[in-house]
Design a protein around this ligand. Structure first.
Ligand code: NCD
Ligand code: ZN
Length: 364
């Protein structure tokens, strides 16, 4: 496959990091993911967060109830680690099979993380349990120390927290999520541990200037915050390298206009509706379309020890104009609009509609 390719057929991808929210918001956004991705790791940072087996079971049911009919989308549920979570919950949840992974938010690191972990040492019994049970640990890798510059918080987390954690729990399967720096890229590449990283579409497309182009642009504010251009370049190299330690995780994080634009606006970029096309554009620009399937559809299942998806999806090199927003169901108010990443831009790749077909060995 070269950059001149007009069509790209890959196994159906999965999204290994997704925020689906709840209620009307969930019903308004879930189809965008379910129409493209076969599985998605669903983040537990609801308000209140998912900290019990029942909460996860009920949330999964609400997601399944919100899906378009005939959808086979498989939401993989996560539990939100807190200082006082009992290892028993992990053990029982593991028996019932409800927890795909455990999510570590350092307390107050991002949206709805106030119940997160305040002292990593205090949850070592939980990490020990995860290691024994073989449940992956999914990490929002930023320190919350206000003395650390916001642009340095990922790198400091790696040195201060991640490195010691990995050497203390060498058998733990760990994903450093939504990496944003060349430092994280190198750390993951060189790691001798069971460590992988997800990369979002937005961190491949924008650098930190996007937030301040002609004024403050809340639509480009997310956490971890976009960094300098050299980091974006490093992330593009990593994602398109084909290396098995990097895979797709959109971190699509919908917020309505009124919650983005206030005196304390929320972090998060809603990219689900055109995520695959957005990634494809990057791989095309980097002349790496032949490695797109590895990043989108193969590396994730291989890391997690899951089967590859059996269907394929077809992308075609056909330009499309990206709409501005999704309206939250049940409301007509402009305050209840969710801006879409790439709004008003033209993307060069499109998904061939109804292109999901059974995988044949002839597709390579
Ligand atoms: C996410 C959200 O809104 O839930 N926000 C974001 O900027 N990515 C939380 C997160 O993953 O940090
Ligand atoms: Zn996230």
């Amino acid at each position: 496959m070269t950059s001149k390719a007009k069509e790209l057929i890959i196994r159906q991808p999965d999204d290994w990091h997704l925020h689906l929210r709840d209620g009307n918001l969930l019903r308004s956004v879930v189809a965008a993911s379910a129409n493209v991705f076969r599985r998605a790791v669903v983040m537990p940072n609801l308000s209140p967060p998912i900290t019990s087996i029942n909460a996860a079971i009920n949330y999964k049911k609400r997601i399944l109830d919100s899906l378009p009919s005939n959808s086979v989308f498989d939401p993989l549920m996560t539990i939100y680690l807190t200082d006082d979570l009992s290892p028993k919950v992990l053990e029982e949840g593991n028996k019932s099979g409800i927890f795909f992974g455990a999510k570590l938010y350092p307390a107050n690191s991002t949206t709805n993380s106030s119940h997160g972990v305040s002292d990593l040492n205090a949850i070592y019994p939980l990490l020990e349990t995860l290691q024994v049970l073989g449940i992956p640990l999914l990490i929002h890798g930023e320190v919350t120390d206000k003395n650390v510059d916001i642009y340095d918080r990922e790198a400091v987390f790696i040195d201060r927290n991640l490195h010691p954690l990995l050497s203390r729990f060498p058998g733990l399967k760990v994903v450093l999520e939504h990496i944003t720096t060349d430092y994280a890229v190198q750390f993951v590449e060189k790691s001798q541990y069971n460590l992988a990283a997800t990369i979002t579409p937005h961190h491949l497309h924008i650098n930190r200037n996007a937030m301040f182009e002609g004024g403050v642009r809340s639509d480009f504010y997310c956490l971890p915050i976009a960094k300098r251009e050299k980091h974006r370049i490093a992330l593009r190299k990593a994602a398109t390298s084909g290396k098995s330690c990097f895979f797709l995780g959109t971190d699509s994080a919908p917020h309505t206009r009124d919650s983005k634009e206030s005196s304390c606006g929320c972090a998060g970029i809603f990219n689900a509706p055109y995520a695959l096309e957005s990634y494809a554009e990057v791989f095309d620009q980097e002349d790496a379309l032949d490695r797109f399937e590895a990043f989108a559809s193969l590396n994730g299942p291989a890391f997690y020890g899951l089967p590859m998806n059996q269907k394929t999806i077809t992308l075609v090199k056909k330009s499309q104009l990206i709409p501005e927003f999704v309206q939250v169901k049940g409301s007509h108010s402009p305050s209840q609009r969710i801006s879409i990443f790439h709004a008003g831009q033209t993307l060069k790749w499109s998904i061939l509609s109804s292109s999901l077909t059974q995988y044949h060995n002839s597709h390579t």
